[in-house]
Design a protein. Structure first.
Length: 391
């Protein structure tokens, strides 16, 4: 694997738990992921023209060809953000379509396009409430320019496949920042042992949160050490007055009003037969992974999580007229701790994968976001005896 395509484990970063074959949300059978990436323009931000660094990511719980419902649940750790359809999900306990992530001002177009895509592909529910999550990329992209359109949502949905998942600044993660490094999309998975049912848990994140001093990896406070490669402006004529970020190569000015506390969307998938009340419990656990990495669910952060189960495939409410009862399989409530651990471990790794997989990028007004410095992270972890063998 080339350095540009490395993942956190390829660098020897330590994690707990047993990953699936792909170490991705697509290790949960049937789950498909697709991206549409918009990246064009440079220089001064001009609304309606760019620069544009944004996109759409689509997760389909049973894939593009299978509209059957999945049981779901949600949890809001910090609500300064949006994920549509949560009231409907919590009332019904079902997810009835794809899960979309994009930027904050593209939620409306993404909702409408998701409905149209479902209708055109035969997903004819009586009423469809799309699930669309957002994180803010307006510091890096022309968020007010209306660049995300229905065609891009369709492209992400049509591109959805199983197998390896692209990470970093791709799809909905194209314009995102994580701990003031380049952030974006990340994924990981965990397998339960045969004694626990051999179930899979997969996680996908759109990571756009945290400030540098908070960052911890492997339990080591890396943020206070990694003080170089802060976000910076490449052109003195484009740097917004009063920005907390300096010109590239200059000292960083004191923290200003434009400090980005950011947000994160977490999507948890499993093939364990969990019912909605259990999935609500599972959906709380990504918060613990964020805490492991130093996140604090800041005041201006939208940290919103959903979880779904691909088991109980026949549980969808289709026999409305007859009121026929359905039988479902229930995972033991008191045996869920290993699933909680798997979710925490996979979320932690997915967030680090988002930073490791991202590439240094320059966005609106010449703002430069550096990727996590691979070699420096390895050096620090090696110093603490935490770097895993590579190869």
């Amino acid at each position: 694997m080339t350095p540009d395509r490395a993942r956190a484990r390829d660098l020897g970063i330590p994690f707990t738990g047993i990953p699936g074959p792909l170490n991705a949300i697509t290790d949960v059978a049937g789950v498909e992921v697709g991206h549409a990436t918009l990246s064009f323009g440079e220089g001064c931000l001009v609304i309606g023209k760019g620069p544009v660094r944004t996109g759409v990511t689509a997760v389909l719980p049973r894939g593009r060809k299978d509209p059957r419902l999945v049981f779901g649940g949600s949890f809001v750790l910090s609500g300064t953000g949006e994920l549509t359809g949560l009231a409907y999900l919590e009332e019904r306990g079902f997810i009835e379509g794809p899960v979309i992530t994009t930027n904050s001002h593209a939620v409306g177009p993404a909702c409408e396009a998701s409905v149209q895509w479902m209708l055109q592909n035969g997903w004819n529910f009586d009423a469809t409430i799309p699930i669309v999550g957002e994180t803010y990329d307006g510091f890096f992209s022309d968020i007010n320019g209306g660049h995300v359109r229905a065609e891009h949502v369709f492209a992400a949905l049509d591109a959805a496949r199983g197998g390896p998942v692209q990470e970093g600044n791709v799809g909905g993660g194209t314009g995102m920042m994580c701990y003031e490094f380049k952030g974006g999309i990340g994924t990981a998975s965990r397998l339960l042992t045969p004694e626990l049912g051999s179930y899979s848990v997969g996680v996908l994140v759109q990571a756009n949160y945290g400030v540098r001093p908070q960052l911890r990896i492997g339990g080591i406070p890396l943020g206070p050490i990694l003080t170089e490669d802060m976000p910076c402006y490449t052109d003195p004529g484009l740097r917004p007055e009063g920005s907390r970020y300096a010109l590239c190569g200059a000292a960083t000015p004191p923290r200003g009003e434009d400090a980005r506390e950011g947000s994160i969307i977490v999507i948890v998938a499993t093939d364990a037969p969990l019912l909605p009340h259990q999935l609500r419990r599972l959906a709380k656990r990504p918060a613990l992974a964020i805490g492991r990495l130093g996140g604090v669910a800041a005041s201006w952060s939208g940290d919103i999580f959903i979880a779904f189960s691909t088991a109980n495939a026949q549980a969808g409410e289709t026999d409305v007229a007859t009121g026929q009862a359905r039988q479902v399989t229930l995972y033991p409530n008191r045996a869920m701790t290993p699933l909680f651990e798997a979710t925490i471990d996979a979320t932690e790794e997915a967030i680090v994968n988002a930073m490791v997989g991202a590439e240094t990028s320059i966005g609106a007004n010449g703002l430069r976001l550096a990727r996590l410095p691979h070699a420096r992270v390895q050096e620090i972890l090696r110093h603490h005896g935490l770097l895993n063998p590579i190869g």
